[in-house]
Ligand binder design. Structure first.
Ligand SMILES: *Cc1c(COP(=O)(O)O)cnc(C)c1O
Length: 363
């Protein structure tokens, strides 16, 4: 017998998620370009709604989250009874894993997919299975080739964090068509608001037409990262199970009202999207040279890749930026140590970043 309580071994197998840094060199106020937060902050209407809730703090929130589900349904043209809400899409992903994975079951994800998928999979006793990517993009054939009799879930971030790549509508359809009917396809569309590609689709049509597709969304990337609200759209049988497992008051009152106001502030979301696209294009264009390259992206971030020459590696650039108070995201945890992920922030900060990186230019 052991002399203290023993944690479920599959939990100890989890590599804890390491959030982006938010500290710069001593004495400098850091500019955080490391967590894909909104480049324009929160919708002023959401802030106002959040404040207004302060007089109701002693009252339990509405456990059925009706007003928020109705707001989301109205704005996105969806049936509120098929919408589920969680404390960030992180909570949704944990709940989905618990709903479908028994110990030993497999969940498929792409090689450079979002780091939360292996965590939630192991948390439920499942086994993460990684499908190789081609040129930092999810590969439909590799994903489908990874399916076994033990596969219960496939996670796809579309667009993907941290690569910024995406599967076009026809590729998404092909992925779904190749899946067995008893495998749940989880389409994580955390960056849907930022997509400009005309051949992209979120996949809500797949949810409507099939029993094995769930789409997850979040308010975090459009200005409410701190209040923790994510939502999903799924089939009735999924929502029935989801509502049994989730905490009865998993969304707090101020978060609920703030998110409903943010959902309805469509003008703000559009502004966010065009502001982001302009600066993202600027970065993709300017962060190119003979020693680093930046990929196109559909999110509110870009991925820049560096070589291995001493003094000019990703980590050298990271440190140089940090010296100037700019905090970007190192990618070692994602298996991309030669790359840095740069969130779209304020224009002056991004211009400064471009200048600093080019200032390291070799002769
Ligand atoms: C940021 C992010 C999320 C979730 O964020 P929450 O803050 O938990 O809603 C989900 N998926 C991807 C791919 C992300 O980048």
């Amino acid at each position: 017998m052991s002399n203290r309580p023993q944690v479920n071994p599959s939990i100890l197998d989890i590599a804890a998620y390491v959030p982006g840094k938010s500290k710069a060199a001593a004495g400098i106020e850091p500019v955080k370009l490391s967590a894909n937060e909104s480049p324009l902050g929160a919708s002023p209407k959401a802030v106002e709604a959040y404040r207004a809730h302060a007089s109701n703090l002693s009252i339990y929130p509405d456990g059925s989250v009706t007003s928020l589900r109705e707001a989301i349904g109205e704005v996105h043209g969806l049936d509120p009874s098929r919408i589920g809400v969680g404390a960030g899409s992180d909570e949704l992903l944990h709940l989905i894993a618990q709903l479908y994975l028994s110990p030993g079951d497999e969940a498929i994800m792409s090689q450079f997919g979002f780091l939360v998928y292996p965590i939630v999979t192991k948390g439920a006793g499942g086994v993460p299975v990684f499908a190789a990517e081609k040129d930092l993009k999810a590969d439909v054939d590799a994903l489908l080739g990874a399916v076994t009799e033990r596969t219960k879930i496939m996670y796809l971030a579309n667009p993907n964090n941290p690569t910024g790549s995406y599967l076009a509508a026809d590729e998404l359809d092909r992925l779904h068509a190749g899946l067995p009917k008893d495998v749940l396809l989880v389409i994580d569309a955390a960056y849907a608001e930022y997509v400009n590609a005309s051949d992209y689709k979120i996949g809500l049509d797949l949810v409507d037409a099939h029993d094995n597709v769930v789409v997850t969304r979040t308010f975090s990337k459009i200005g409410l990262a701190s209040v923790r609200v994510g939502w999903l759209y799924g089939p009735d049988h999924f929502l029935d199970a989801f509502n049994r497992l989730r905490g009865p008051f998993n969304i707090n009152g101020p978060a609920m009202t703030a998110a409903a106001a943010a959902a309805r502030d469509v003008t703000f979301t559009k502004e966010l999207c065009s502001y982001n696209a302009r600066l993202r294009d600027m970065l993709v264009e300017k962060l190119q040279s003979n020693w680093f390259k930046t990929r196109g992206s559909q999110g509110n971030f870009v991925l820049t890749e560096f070589g291995d020459e001493p003094g000019y590696t990703a980590s050298d650039v990271f440190n140089e930026l940090l010296e100037h108070g700019l905090v970007v995201r190192e990618m070692g945890g994602y298996g991309l140590p030669h790359a840095l992920r740069i969130s779209i922030g304020r224009e002056e900060d991004l211009n400064k970043l471009v200048q600093i990186v080019h200032g390291m230019q070799k002769n």
